[in-house]
Design a protein around this ligand. Structure first.
Ligand code: BDP
Length: 326
């Protein structure tokens, strides 16, 4: 009897060896705050498809849209802990957990979106990426999020127009300092609550790019969008570092390649859809105004930079690197 059992066991072991090592498939959950119709939603769906193909199904990614897995700061914490594996994150809410990432949250630090990508693709970007990976949120690819501008019930042309306004910002002390320096009252709040807050007058205004302004209906509860373009904050496809590092080298390359391809797709889509979003909100009655002189906004930020660098002297090198990048 014993002999029989051991023969069966040996047989099973031989069969397993012939089939090769058995990989348990990695089934990842992905966080995405956006809904259908937003370029990042399409890009995350594409990413999921590409990962499946590139890894032969060894890694799968199920994307949860509309922020159903939680607010952005909560989801970031979940990714750090490995409870959610991956997601499309904005670097704004990453600043409070990874100091280096805060470079991109300094108002007017970038001259344009292409300039922002040049900085990210250089040494400063590598420093940020390394620090994020160290903190458990590893960027696999950078994603475009355009420029953020103010919107409210009146046009904003000068800092004086912000005075006394309650403005919603994302969770990051740099944004509260930014609004205070303009004379406004900052109100940090989760993205999901902003539409209602604008509607009921809990806040007088907010700031975002055109696709997000449109996608979650902020344009339905405001009247003016003023092109301050005070923040150009990149986003990432970011993964829990330990989960990624545990993959074989081949699988890592496949997942990274899928993220890079999805990010390229996102950037193309972004260019087209942010133009379209602007046209759509204008057609719906939003008055978009250029700001003839952004100088006074930039001047007001001197105080933000001074306070920030006094508190974080070790960030001076990164700031200089970004400012010197052509
Ligand atoms: C959008 C970003 C998203 C942020 C949101 C916000 O894509 O990640 O959560 O702004 O303002 O543009 O909270």
């Amino acid at each position: 009897m014993l002999q029989k059992i051991s023969k069966v066991l040996v047989g099973a072991a031989v069969a397993a060896a012939l089939i090769g090592p058995v990989h348990a498939a990695e089934n990842w959950r992905a966080w995405n705050i956006h809904n259908d119709g937003h370029p990042n939603t399409a890009a995350m769906d594409k990413f999921s498809e590409l990962v499946d193909k590139a890894t032969g199904g060894e890694v799968t990614v199920e994307v949860f849209h509309g922020g159903v897995l939680g607010s952005q700061p909560d989801a970031l914490e979940q990714v750090r802990l490995g409870a959610i594996e991956i997601g499309n994150f904005n670097l704004g809410p990453i600043g409070p957990m990874v100091k280096e990432a805060n470079l991109v949250s300094l108002p007017f630090i970038f001259k344009s979106v292409p300039h922002m990508f040049r900085v990210l693709e250089g040494e400063a970007g590598q420093t940020i990426a390394d620090a994020m990976a160290e903190a458990g949120v590893k960027p696999l690819a950078w994603v475009d999020a355009g420029a953020r501008s103010f919107y409210s019930q009146k046009p904003i042309n000068a800092p004086a127009d912000v005075e006394g306004l309650k403005i919603r910002v994302m969770n990051n002390d740099l944004y509260t300092s930014m609004i205070s320096a303009l004379g406004g009252n900052p109100s940090p709040m989760a993205f999901a609550e902003v539409q209602q807050a604008l509607k009921t007058g809990v806040v007088d205004g907010a700031e975002n790019n055109f696709p997000s302004f449109k996608n979650v209906g902020h344009y339905e509860v405001t009247t003016h969008y003023s092109l301050s373009e005070h923040l150009i904050i990149p986003e990432c496809i970011c993964v829990n570092t330990a989960k990624f590092d545990a993959l074989s080298a081949d699988m890592q390359a496949a997942v990274r390649g899928a993220a890079e391809e999805a990010a390229l797709f996102q950037r193309e889509l972004w260019a087209v859809q942010s133009e379209q979003a602007r046209k759509d909100v204008e057609a719906a009655g939003i008055a978009v105004n250029e700001i003839a002189d952004k100088g006074p906004f930039q001047d007001a930020m001197k105080q933000v930079y001074d306070e920030y660098l006094a508190a974080n002297p070790d960030m001076a090198g990164l700031v200089e690197m970004a400012q010197k990048t052509e």
